[in-house]
Design a protein around this ligand. Structure first.
Ligand code: CU
Length: 479
């Protein structure tokens, strides 16, 4: 925007002297920007964004977007039927420039069950396009609009019940770049928050239907970035190198909750507040309204894993609103000195949300039917409960948390291991020749869950392949 103002003021000065002969015409009224030829828009799935518009002139831009209703996963073992723009939540990213004439083709796949439409906040016109785009399964609707205002805008389905269509994942972002484009940066990513409401509680396995009452009450079971818990953690983390500038296009689909967007260990050098022209600098946390967006930019100076959260913090650690940016490169002790542990801020998950009942725990609903299920369920519990201290490969953390991998202490006595998970452990122990003196808290897990997680641990990382049953756990419990 600054550059536009600069060009405008230079243009004014030059024209005042009667010598303004620039080839580049500056349009004060974006409605008058002429379009040159046509092109097909590049659409991308999150967290990727299309190429910057750069110096390209305004064009007739053909956008083809297909609506797909498809089953996917909200978190491990929790299935959900998502309604999507382009097959992903959030929907495909659309990148335009001011003055483009967008010819929007909205296709509703024949296998879908419901009609849908699209309301793009970048549109000047009734319903943001919703009125012209209502489309039944097996049909396509076409409408056109001119992008008059640069900025980052949300789009969403606006078919009744509107809240339900949005809650099922029908939202995404459309960027309208200014003339000449946004300044070029090293890395750009697309992140969008959304809240989900399921009949079952957080973590309850199986195919979960949408819960209208919880949605009306804004009592979300999941608050996530990019459509599911873990969409941007571990191997799915976004990445950058020390010295690079990162730009995040961050949206909030809602439907219900406002996001307090924050990156742990970073300060936003710039925030395009609410996705508009106003740039704030040196910001810790920026508000992103439901149905709104922001562009945040920061330079990464030191390596490590930086955690993106909704700073309404239970949403981050207990409902899924947590993503990771992994930065590689040289340490810079002038800026930061100290140890860094990858993965210390992991979702605590539903496992510890239960208050103890009279006998201490709530029994899980469906027991594992076989060894494979025990391993699968055990891994889920491990990743929610044990991972932060004992680490992904059971390697532990030197001088703090003992390893579970190839552990002589673990393999020597299964009943002792069960007892530690049941009752916790304090005091010095020796594992593989190293002394540890940390505290392990008592874990609020059912006998079934303890059996599964210990079976997972014993059957990984060169341990002795013990299979633990809930009967074995109960025996130790009742000793
Ligand atoms: Cu819809």
């Amino acid at each position: 925007m600054k550059s536009i103002l600069k060009i405008l003021s230079i243009a004014l000065i030059l024209s005042a002297y009667g010598c303004f002969k620039s080839k580049k015409k500056v349009h004060t009224n974006t409605e008058d920007i002429p379009v040159h030829r046509e092109m097909k828009a590049e659409l991308t799935s999150p967290p990727n964004v299309p190429r910057p518009v750069g110096e390209r002139k305004a064009k007739k831009l053909i956008v083809e977007m297909e609506i797909l209703e498809k089953e996917g996963e909200l978190t491990d073992g929790v299935r959900y039927v998502f309604w999507t723009f382009g097959g992903t939540v959030p929907g495909s990213f659309i990148r335009t420039r001011v003055g483009d004439e967008v010819e929007f083709h909205l296709q509703n796949h024949p296998d879908n069950k419901l009609p849908h439409n699209i309301d793009l906040h970048a549109v000047t016109g009734p319903g943001g396009g919703a009125e012209s785009s209502f489309v039944a399964p097996g049909h396509e609707k076409v409408f056109s609009f001119k992008t008059l205002n640069p900025g980052l805008y949300v789009y969403h389905c606006a078919t009744a019940p509107v809240g339900m269509h949005i809650a099922n994942g029908m939202y995404g972002l459309i960027l309208v770049e200014p003339d000449g484009g946004l300044p070029i940066v090293d890395k750009e990513y697309y992140i969008m928050q959304g809240d989900f409401y399921t009949k079952g509680a957080n973590g309850e396995r199986g195919l979960q239907p949408f819960d209208m009452q919880k949605a009306v009450d804004e009592n979300a079971d999941y608050v996530v970035f990019n459509g599911n818990v873990g969409a941007l953690t571990g191997d799915n983390a976004i990445t950058a190198k020390v010295g690079e500038t990162v730009r995040l296009f961050v949206g909030n689909g809602g439907p219900g909750l406002v996001s307090s967007f924050h990156v742990i260990g970073e300060i936003f050098d710039k925030v395009h507040i609410e996705g508009g022209d106003l740039i704030n600098e040196n910001v810790q946390t920026t508000m992103i309204p439901a149905g709104g967006a922001a562009i945040v930019e920061f330079h990464v100076n030191v390596p490590g894993t930086f955690i993106l959260v909704d700073h309404s913090i239970f949403r981050a650690f207990n409902k899924g609103a947590l993503a990771m940016l992994k930065v590689e490169g040289e340490e810079n002790e002038n800026i930061y000195t100290g140890e860094q542990y990858d993965g210390i801020y992991l979702p605590e998950g539903p496992g510890i949300q239960e208050m103890p009942t009279t006998d201490g725990v709530v029994e899980s609903e469906i027991p594992a039917q076989n060894f494979e299920e025990q391993m699968k369920f055990g891994k889920q519990i491990y990743m929610q409960t044990c991972f932060a201290c004992h680490q992904a490969e059971g390697q532990g953390i030197p001088n703090a948390f003992p390893p579970l991998a190839n552990s002589d202490y673990l393999n020597a006595d299964v009943n002792r291991a069960i007892d530690i998970v049941l009752n916790g452990k304090t005091g010095e122990i020796t594992v593989n020749g190293q002394k540890y003196n940390s505290v392990m808290t008592r874990q609020m897990l059912s006998s079934e869950e303890i059996a599964n997680v210990l079976t997972y641990v014993y059957n990984n990382w060169d341990n002795n392949k013990t299979v633990v049953t809930s009967e074995m756990v109960n025996k130790v419990k009742n000793k």
